[in-house]
Design a protein around this ligand. Sequence first.
Ligand code: HEM
Length: 448
Amino acid sequence: LHSSSSAPLPPSLPWLPILGSLLSLPRGPPHLALTRLAHAHGPVLGLWLGSHRAVVVSRAQEVHEVLIGQGRVFGGRPPMVTTDILTRGGQDIAFANYGPAWRLHRKIVHASLYKGGFGMEEIEAIVSAEAKELCAGLFGYCNGQSLDLTTELTCAVTNIICALTFSSGYSRTDPEFVSMLRWNEGIVRTVARDAPVDIFPWLRACLEEGSPPQDVLGCLLAAQHAARGDLRARHLTDTHLLMTVGDIFGAGVETTSTVLRWIIAYLVTYPKIQAAIQAQLDVMLEGAFPCLADQVRLPLLQATIWEVLRSRPVSPIFIPHVALKNTTLGGFHIARGTRVLVNLYAVHHDPTVWDDPEQFQPGRFLSSDGLQVTPPRPHFLPFGAGPRGCLGEALAKAEIFLLMASLLQTFTLSLPPQCPAPNLEGVHGVVLRPPPFKVCLKHRSTCA
Ligand code: HEM
């Protein structure tokens, strides 16, 4: 069904040897440039990235086919110079090609994070403790001064990942934690510079200090130990373990803290939405600290989170997938080895499935009475889906909900006087970020 080489090739941008289609790409942020091209040429567009054949996929129907319908066929990752250096040739999860090592590491990390799918209790406890810590740390700023919340939010998210990975918590000023933050900020440079042999003594120390095997590192080391002498051992080398742990920090900190900053950027720009969320928090929780079970009782907060994830997906263009065999997509022939770029931004702003996609309207995710959220799959894919879908989706959702609910229950966030609203276009880098901005905090018991 999917292997007809008689199917036509997708429409393609012109290309030149060596340069590929570079000269045909419009200027500007790639997600916007590729979205414009999709409007002109259709949802499956061929181009050449240097000497590599690629297609950009920009519509929900075809994206679903890539991620789920033919998730395994399109489940490869390409070798790329920079990520190969960073991950020692794809010995991690996110940049590893489809195969037994990738599958095994996903399974171990998933089982460790979600306790085999049986519970979010541990995550909830860790995130709630961090949410309290975050709010406690911010009380000192309720004196009219303005601050950029990036460091505080990154600290909170890093600490959560540390707790899940190493079973260790840190105070904000702990020198080890500060160096962990630096490591995270410079993850690219640090992972490339430090030889595994320099880092393993520290990994070993964690095991020797008796950290329980339930945390991610403990589970990876336990799997390594159990695989001694059998075939799986070659997928569980020290380098594999180090790269997988690096992935969890690399994929889990910047993404989640950026989403939190986007939500805050929108809430200070739309103070009425913030006030309405706070009113719902007050009525539903009556001062009790938020927990995950409150998600259904706080539909406006949920809808606002989703609308931010829709409007400004942190990963507007996914890490490239690769077709592992010849197939068809949207009626077009796709040759084995083709790199597939999912343009999520185009899917989330497709005017044929979203009313006024450029407008920020949390209400689009609410039932007409406003009492329930209505997730609009299949057009909403902030975490991807299928075999390559985000491993941290449930964790990230729990973090975003609990941290935002606690913050908004405790504080009102506003723009500093005479400060313009942050530019909501976003700055394109590893992720799509809001530009730096400051807010003022007001403790809510003094707000009324
Ligand atoms: C992959 C989004 C948080 C771990 C991905 C992908 C997306 C994504 C779009 C790529 C899907 C694809 O290539 O088809 C997000 C967003 C997050 C978030 C929006 C926060 C709001 C996290 C967290 C973790 C994590 C907290 C930590 C466990 C991963 C990993 C992959 C991944 C390991 C690679 C999966 C693979 O290639 O098999 N994420 N993510 N992510 N994410 Fe997340």
